[in-house]
Design a protein around this ligand. Sequence first.
Ligand code: 5GP
Length: 348
Amino acid sequence: MRIESDVKLDFKDVLIRPKRSTLGSRSHVDVNRTFRFLHTGAEWNGFPLIAANMDVTGTMAMARALGKRGALTALHKHYPEDELVAFFASEGGVHAFYSLGAVAADLAKLAAVRKRAQPRLLCIDVANGYFERFLDVVKQVRDESPESVIMAGNVVTGDMTEALVLAGADIVKIGIGPGSVCTTRRVTGVGYPQLSAIIECADAAHGLKGQVCADGGCTSPGDVAKAYGAGADFVMLGGMLAGHDECAGDIRYEDRDGQKIPVAMQFYGMSSETAMKRYSGGVAHYRAAEGKTVETTYRGPVDNTMAEIMGGVRSMMTYIGATQLKEVSKRTTFVRVTAQTNDVFGAS
Ligand code: 5GP
């Protein structure tokens, strides 16, 4: 047994210190970025935010709505083949990742879709990116889809980030346990404070000219700003994008003065009992659910929330004097505001 006693931080443990700046107005900053991806050489320009590939948020309607803002959506992996083929041939398809897991059925479905459509963004997503075969799966997908941008994860350490970039990932997805409906830290005791994970993995990926996507744990536009400050190239959001018209799931209405008012929507983790019942007939006897089901406030069109997030990021940039989003991490000084990370379970 070993104990690592270096300080590791979460979003709530820091604030971004303001810096002298000549920037007069939020309208002078550019929240879009251009990336050239390591393995494909392809270029992408937009606001580097991705809706999570969860049932509720990873929808085609979300991809169309976020696409209007230059942002992306990782579609959830349960769409039928025909729907995916049609979507990737449509205009909305350029704003979406095709998501897959790492089992043979996932690879077979991707191969079948690729015969009929060309998703240019792929997200190979597993809860634990540390199992041996994961690197082989990433290598295989890289070999079979040389023209596609591959995002793969999740991991939280520099060594695995480097291994994934070398195996063929353009973007490595970072985060184990920080999600708003994730209970991994509580159920298994495993995890890593998210801000430190982003800092360490970004450093590792950037050294090889790869990128990272900070996945999970953002609960406000300020957290998204901190993720970019820590070095995230992309930020993935689940909970912050739940509860909107573009999400999948029923809206709960309340009767107020004879009027039906939308008040709430369901949101659940992809390893929750709700998801496992839907896709695997329940929680298998050898495993425990590592996600939970919650009700989120209904918030109308997602575009309002996107405006709030982009407004927060723009404002942060004026506070630290960054005209371009790519300058943000160089211009970020975090101030620690907690003595240590006590509340390791976050929101769960
Ligand atoms: P959020 O933005 O809601 O804080 O985090 C979203 C992320 O939580 C997802 O992109 C995914 O990585 C993670 N996640 C989603 N469902 C589950 C789950 O059931 N269990 C765990 N451990 N993580 C989940």
